[in-house]
Design a protein around this ligand. Structure first.
Ligand code: UT7
Length: 325
């Protein structure tokens, strides 16, 4: 089995900024409530007509450049998303076409906010076994397209963006351990009920606002703290490490309070949690991906650092990964 590492990262964020003050004009909320309950101040919104692959392509180009890999040499493209351009073809195929990455095998992964970690673990398997020499993984979301702008419980939380990474064999460091989990019995806590084969689009589904995110935030919150802590401890154990060995946690950014509670639970200084939720809100699969990009590009993560990726989301699903940078 080959050792696999992350050899390049990229990011793309749409230009339009939506502030808490803008949201005060849309729904019955306040900057104070959003800031104290979630940690979010602003989020980005895709332009009209800008789809998931448009964001993904920009992040992918930067990651390939960073990895010094030509798109013609890419062997695997995985897009993690819950807001694909279309039900099919996969968004990964649209990305392949735009990049002219003709050799690449392409598919999407549906693991909601844990999608980027799921994509990373899948790609690692293919490279470790020698099936493919490299992989481009992307977390890309246009959550504004499935946000109910009349529901204050959810519309203040989400944003649009994309992050990407290139994986390849490395001679030292790289991915030390991975840990994935799922519990479908809790699927009712977070879902988009309309538009699939259970409730195809109809006048009724639209009238019932079924094409928007439905979330039971409070129950999710408690579960998130528990499962992110458990996943962190499990994946560290698999790597033969402890909390004290971690230099940076790159978590899914659902709520600052979830992350601070998790840090406390696993005995980790809160300064080691990398946050970008204040600027971008929750971007589902793109949150972990962009946090990783920003932690690397701002020189927070340094060569040799132990980096812990930790995410959870609708499914419910969760995933964690330890990387020596
Ligand atoms: O990405 C993975 C999935 N997402 C998550 O993991 C999200 C996890 N959950 C959370 O982050 C939090 O539960 C929320 C931020 C969604 C909500 O925070 P909370 O502290 O759990 O609030 P709550 O749902 O218990 O609601 C408290 C109050 C309610 O009013 P009453 O019933 O006490 O009068 C809500 O109606 O806050 C009210 N509320 C708001 N008030 C102002 C809910 N949303 C808003 C809002 N502005 N936007």
């Amino acid at each position: 089995m080959k050792r696999v590492g992350i050899i390049g990262v990229g990011e793309y964020l749409p230009k339009k900024v939506l502030t808490n003050l803008d949201l005060e004009k849309k729904v019955d909320t306040s900057d104070e409530w959003i800031t104290t309950r979630t940690g979010i101040k602003t989020r980005r919104l895709a332009a009209h007509g800008q789809a998931c692959s448009d964001l993904a392509i920009n992040a992918a180009r930067e990651a390939l450049e960073d990895a010094k890999i030509c798109s013609a040499d890419v062997e695997l493209i995985i897009v993690a998303t819950i807001t694909p351009d279309m039900q099919f073809p996969s968004t990964a195929c649209f990305v392949q076409s735009a990049l002219r990455a003709r050799r690449a095998v392409c598919f999407d992964v549906s693991a909601a906010c844990a999608g980027f970690v799921y994509a990373l673990v899948i790609a690692q398997q293919f490279i470790a076994r020698g099936t493919y020499k490299n992989a481009l993984i992307i977390g890309s979301e246009v959550l504004s397209s499935i946000t109910d702008w009349k529901d204050r419980n959810t519309c203040v939380l989400f944003g649009d963006g994309a992050g990407a990474a290139v994986l390849a064999p490395v001679s030292s460091g790289g991915i030390l351990s991975t840990y994935l989990g799922s519990d479908g019995s809790l699927s009712n806590l977070l879902m988009l009920p309309g538009g699939g084969s259970r409730h195809p689009a109809s006048h009724r589904s639209i009238d019932m606002r079924m094409h928007y995110i439905k979330m039971r935030g409070n129950e999710l919150f408690k579960f998130a703290v528990k499962i992110m802590s458990e996943a962190a401890l499990q994946v560290l154990k698999l790597a033969g490490l402890e909390s004290k060995d971690v230099d940076w946690v790159i978590p899914h950014q659902a709520n600052t309070r979830i992350l601070l509670s998790m840090a406390k639970k696993i005995n980790l200084p809160k300064e080691k949690i990398f946050l970008n939720i204040d600027r971008y809100g929750n971007m589902s699969s793109a949150s972990t991906a962009t946090a990783l990009y920003e932690a690397v590009k701002s020189n927070c993560i340094k060569k040799g650092d132990i980096v812990l990726l930790d995410a959870f989301g609708g499914g419910l699903v969760w995933g964690a990964c330890v990387v020596r940078w």
